[in-house]
Structure formats: structure tokens, C-alpha cells
Design a binder for this molecule. Structure first.
Ligand code: NDP
Length: 317
């Protein structure tokens, strides 16, 4: 265990974590970051598993997700953020300074910013590994505008608000969007349902599950099964988008921080504060609504500013 107490420990290295680190480092708080390793996909978060990012302002030509996250990391490192490539498995927020245990390292910190993100759920159909990012994606907003989806039939799996939102978004690019749902009624809110039903380019496929994606190098179709009739058929599609929910990466904080039924951290409205004083949250770990790199980065900035102010009030910074 390191014997010094960190002023700020940041858990997670996506856009929220690195922006929090940048602001904390520039405020002379010498942040210590657990970058994460396995949980959440990899260090750098969900953007490292996507291809082109065209909706992060400042990059008019777009930038690849991994490249963008490398730039975030370089900028946070430039101002002195200390980083370790470990996952956090256990924390003790019951007394201050707080304790955080990684794979190998244990640190004590006066304040903590949690930015561990969320992981998009996958179905693990047989061809998923091969065709991931080759027409299969869990983020239509990130990938939908790619040229190979233009004017092509596309498919969204799921029946919640995200599925409807993503299907609606994809109608801007695809020739038709099949919304494939395992039941005969959507879980999405009524207003979102109406949006789906009113959209001529969305074709509902009820009581149906995805059996597999079809294609060698890119998706060319989807094999689907009607679970009421057992009928299996293949639909020609160039893209299959999962919208079956996310799992927030909050396992180590169970029992220590307030969460909703799905496990998203609950923050006080208008702040980044959790229910434990000195512990802040930023990004997809609490935000199931927007889930964008730019909103996560904004929340990371806000969390660092709040941590700085709080440490000042405690006479620590
Ligand atoms: P949800 O958990 O609400 O919906 C997931 C959907 O995926 C459900 O329809 C579910 O089916 C289906 N599903 C889950 N697992 C599988 C599986 N293995 N195979 C096939 N289908 C599956 O997740 P969302 O991401 O849609 O929404 C999460 C939260 O975010 C919600 O509270 C939502 O309201 C909110 N949200 C709000 C938005 C807004 O306000 N604009 C936009 C997007 C999300 P089933 O219905 O049968 O369980």
C-alpha cells in the first residue's frame, strides 16, 4: 500500500475520467487514476471498442475511438495524472480517507471520482465476435452514419427507449430499419412507441429473436426466429445494432453508494455528488439518458471542480 493519501482518486478512464483527471491535475490535486483493464472492455472505455467518432466536437473529419481516447489520456498525463492499469475490486467509503483496492495497488484518498462507465449488453450470437464493428454494433448514434450503412436495410434488436431511439436515428441513413423485439409489445415509453409506429421506415418484427448474423467480412444478413411459430428466416441487412440495455460498472460500490434498480449510481440533482460526501460520479456510470462522450466529458469536468471545491472546504486543497 502506498503510504501517502491522494487528494483525488479517479476510477475509470473514459471521457469522464480523463476530463476529471485533466481538471484535477491542472488544479494541482495530483490525481491518481485507476484506468481499468478488463471491466468495461478495456482502459479508455467504450470508445475504444468503436470505429469512427464523428460527433465529438473539434474533429470535423472524425477520429477513431481508440485514437480519441489516446489523446484524452495524453492530455491528462501531460499535467501529471498518475495512472495504473488496474481494475478496482473493492472500496471502503465508510470512513475517510477512503480506501480503494485495485488488482495490486491499494490507495487512500480524500476524495474519489467514479467514472467506470457502463457496458452495452451483447447477445453473443455465434458470428458476433467475427462481425463486431463490421456491421454489428451496440451504438447506432456512434456508428449509424458510416458509409456502408447508407441506403441499406438495417436492424435494431430490443424494445426499450434506446431501441426506438436508435431505430429512429438509423432511419436517416438506412433504406428500412427492422425493429426486432422478443415480445409483442414495446417496453419503451408511450411517446417513443408512437414515434416508432408513426415512422414509415421502421418495420416492427414482433416475437422474434436474433439467431445469428450472416456475412463473411461484413454483415450481409440476419437469421431471426419467431419464438411463437419457431419459423426461422434470413433478412438481408447491412447492419445489426444491439439496443438491449447497458450494465453500469458499479459492482465494487454495491452497499456503499446509492444506486437505482439497474445499478446506476444516483447523484444529487444539479451536482455530481453521490450520497457519500467526498465521492463524486461522472459519465455513463450515472447517466443512462445521454450516454455520449461529450456529455461524459462535461460531467467529468464538473466532478473535478466539485471535488476541488469540497477539498478546499475541508482544508485539504
Ligand atoms: P431497457 O432495459 O429499458 O430495454 C432493453 C430492451 O432490450 C427490452 O425491450 C428487453 O426486452 C430487450 N432485451 C434485453 N435483453 C435481451 C435479449 N437478450 N434478447 C433480446 N432482447 C433483449 O434498456 P434501454 O437501454 O432501452 O433503456 C435504459 C433506460 O434508459 C430506461 O430507463 C430508458 O427509459 C432510459 N432511456 C431514456 C431515453 C430518453 O429519455 N430519451 C433514451 C434511452 C433510454 P423486454 O422488453 O422483453 O424485457
Amino acid at each position: 500500500m502506498t503510504d501517502d493519501v491522494k487528494k483525488v482518486a479517479i476510477i475509470g478512464s473514459g471521457p469522464a475520467g480523463h476530463t476529471a483527471a485533466l481538471y484535477a491535475a491542472r488544479a494541482n490535486l495530483q490525481p491518481f487514476m485507476y484506468e481499468g483493464y478488463v471491466v468495461g472492455g478495456s482502459a479508455g472505455g467504450q470508445l475504444t471498442t468503436t470505429t469512427d467518432v464523428e460527433n465529438y466536437p473539434g474533429f470535423p473529419e472524425g477520429i477513431s475511438g481508440p485514437e480519441l481516447m489516446q489523446l484524452f489520456r495524453t492530455q491528462a498525463a501531460r499535467f501529471g495524472t498518475e495512472m495504473v492499469g488496474e481494475d478496482v475490486h473493492e472500496v471502503d467509503f465508510s470512513k475517510r480517507p477512503f480506501t480503494i483496492k485495485g488488482d495490486k495497488t491499494e490507495v487512500k484518498a480524500h476524495s474519489v471520482i467514479i467514472s467506470t462507465g457502463a457496458t452495452a449488453k451483447r447477445m453473443h450470437v455465434p458470428s458476433e465476435e467475427k462481425l463486431w464493428n463490421q456491421g454489428m454494433s451496440a451504438c447506432a448514434v456512434c456508428d449509424g452514419a458510416l458509409p456502408f450503412f447508407k441506403n441499406q436495410p438495417l436492424m435494431v434488436i430490443g424494445g426499450g427507449d434506446t431501441a426506438v431511439e436508435e431505430a429512429t436515428f438509423l432511419t436517416k441513413f438506412g433504406s428500412i430499419v427492422y425493429l426486432v423485439h422478443r415480445r409483442d409489445e414495446l417496453r419503451a415509453s408511450k411517446i417513443m412507441q408512437k414515434r416508432a409506429f408513426d415512422n414509415e421506415k421502421i418495420s416492427m418484427v414482433w416475437n422474434t429473436v436474433l439467431e445469428d448474423a450472416v456475412g463473411d467480412q461484413f454483415v450481409t444478413g440476419a437469421r431471426i426466429k419467431n419464438i411463437k411459430t419457431d419459423e426461422v428466416k434470413e433478412l438481408e441487412v447491412a447492419g445489426i445494432f444491439y439496443a438491449i440495455g447497458h450494465t453500469p460498472n458499479t459492482q465494487p460500490f454495491k452497499g456503499q453508494l446509492d444506486m437505482d434498480g439497474t445499478g446506476y449510481l444516483i447523484i444529487k440533482p444539479g451536482t455530481q455528488e453521490t450520497n457519500v460526501e467526498g465521492v463524486f460520479a461522472a459519465g455513463d456510470v450515472h447517466d443512462y439518458k445521454y450516454r455520449q462522450a461529450v456529455t461524459a466529458a462535461g460531467a467529468g469536468c464538473a466532478a473535478a471542480l466539485e471535488a476541488e471545491r469540497w477539498l478546499g472546504e475541508q482544508g485539504i486543497a
